[in-house]
Design a protein around this ligand. Structure first.
Ligand SMILES: Nc1ncnc2c1ncn2[C@@H]1O[C@H](COP(=O)(O)OP(=O)(O)OP(=O)(O)O)[C@@H](O)[C@H]1O
Length: 373
């Protein structure tokens, strides 16, 4: 087991392509840490730097407290699992599992013991004599994972290991990996572009964008307190709604109006109230209001509440998911997603009253997109 520390780690490819820039991360001993971000954000490059498959342009890397960036990949004692399992086609499952240990000249009895234990743990017992070509995608990925586990490395580096599997199998493998992590207690760094996978798996997650880590935190910290508009839109499905607002300041209060909507979709906030703290210091005239779909309520038949955004919106689309329905509304020119219970009697084209509680909203700088604090 090992802590992994990255300090100011940067990788610039020939031609000036900045794949990762100035990354500082401290991954705890035994942590299941997830790197998540859109395609091209630098996740794989960061993992390959840790594995030693790329050399950093600047910065340093420590594994288990020792400087590791000068070490050859084989000497780092980390095991990487790739998106496409790279198994030896001419070897059986058993021989594939044993391969790394044989190369390191482990005694035969020890190899046999470890292969048997890992095969039992991953449900590969029945497949030990089969060749990779005769296995399903999920079974092959399990063998690749098993090959990493038999080595008992200090850390696992997992680069989108389930992305080629179909959705139910991906969900099952994800659950297996969480169980496995709990049993082994080994540090795991898992890369995915799927925010739901990151939320479900990570003790902590690092959100990456354009080669930078833009936020690190527990899944719920990142969900409830996104550091920027980008994170707010990337984490969560449907994503956080963003409403551009104009703000008029007076001595005691601020009048906040969602842009390009009728004046009834404006509300006045006392400057002393909790939620204006983030706005008070700067007094911006434009802010972006961020609100999660579950924080918008349909205000059927209730009278408008002061201190809330009360507005009227048109139902554009309804997506019934069984346990809930995702409704997309138009608030003037702004689309809004909200979660409603399946039995709610609204139809496409209806005009419905909605209510937003600003106490549960996030406020972003309209220009930089950074959260206002
Ligand atoms: N060997 C390379 N040479 C030049 N540029 C590269 C190389 N590998 C990656 N890049 C570039 O570095 C950036 C980051 O790529 P990387 O593969 O790390 O992103 P990613 O977040 O893992 O993306 P994906 O989810 O699509 O795999 C991209 O702009 C990519 O084009």
């Amino acid at each position: 087991m090992a802590q992994v520390a990255l300090k100011n780690l940067t990788k610039t490819y020939p031609g000036g392509i900045s794949a990762v820039s100035a990354i500082d991360l401290d991954i705890g001993d035994g942590e299941l840490f997830v790197l998540v971000g859109p395609s091209g954000s630098g996740k794989s490059t960061l993992l390959r730097l840790i594995a030693g498959l790329e050399t950093p342009t600047t910065g340093g890397l420590w594994i288990g407290g020792s400087r590791a960036d000068e070490l050859a990949p084989a000497d780092r004692d980390v095991a990487m699992v790739f998106q496409t399992p790279a198994l030896y086609p001419h070897l059986s499952v058993s021989e594939n599992l044993a391969f790394g240990l044989r190369a390191r000249r482990f005694p035969k009895t020890e190899i046999g013991k470890r292969v048997t234990a890992v095969a039992a743990r991953l449900g590969l017992d029945e497949l030990l004599n089969r060749r990779p070509a005769t296995l399903s995608g999920g079974q092959r990925q399990r063998v690749a994972l098993g090959r990493a586990i038999v080595r008992e490395p200090r850390a696992f580096l997992l680069d989108e290991p389930f992305s080629s599997l179909d959705a139910p199998l991906r969900a099952a493998m994800r659950a297996e990996l969480i169980d496995l992590h709990r049993k082994l207690g080994t540090t795991m760094i898992h890369v995915t572009h799927d925010q739901a996978e990151a939320m479900a798996m990570g003790d902590r997650i690092a959100v990456m964008d354009q080669g930078r880590v833009v936020q690190v935190g527990t899944p719920l910290e990142v969900y409830h307190h996104p550091a920027s508009r980008f994170v707010a839109r990337f984490i969560g499905s449907p994503p956080m709604n963003i409403l551009p607002c104009a703000v008029e300041w007076s001595n005691e209060s601020a009048r906040i109006q969602v842009m390009d909507t009728p004046s009834e979709s404006a509300w006045t906030a006392e400057l002393g109230s909790y939620w204006t703290k983030s706005l008070r210091n700067r007094k911006p005239t434009r802010v972006d209001l961020g609100v999660r779909p579950e924080q918008i309520a349909l205000a059927n038949g209730e009278s408008a509440e002061p201190g809330r955004l009360n507005a009227s919106a048109e139902v554009r689309r309804l997506e019934p998911l069984g346990h809930e329905t995702i409704a997309t509304l138009d608030l003037g020119p702004h689309p809004l997603s909200l979660r409603i219970s399946p039995g709610t009697a609204i139809r496409v084209g209806d005009q419905v009253p909605i209510r937003i509680d600003p106490n549960h909203a996030a406020w972003f700088d309209a220009e930089t997109g950074l959260v206002l604090q």
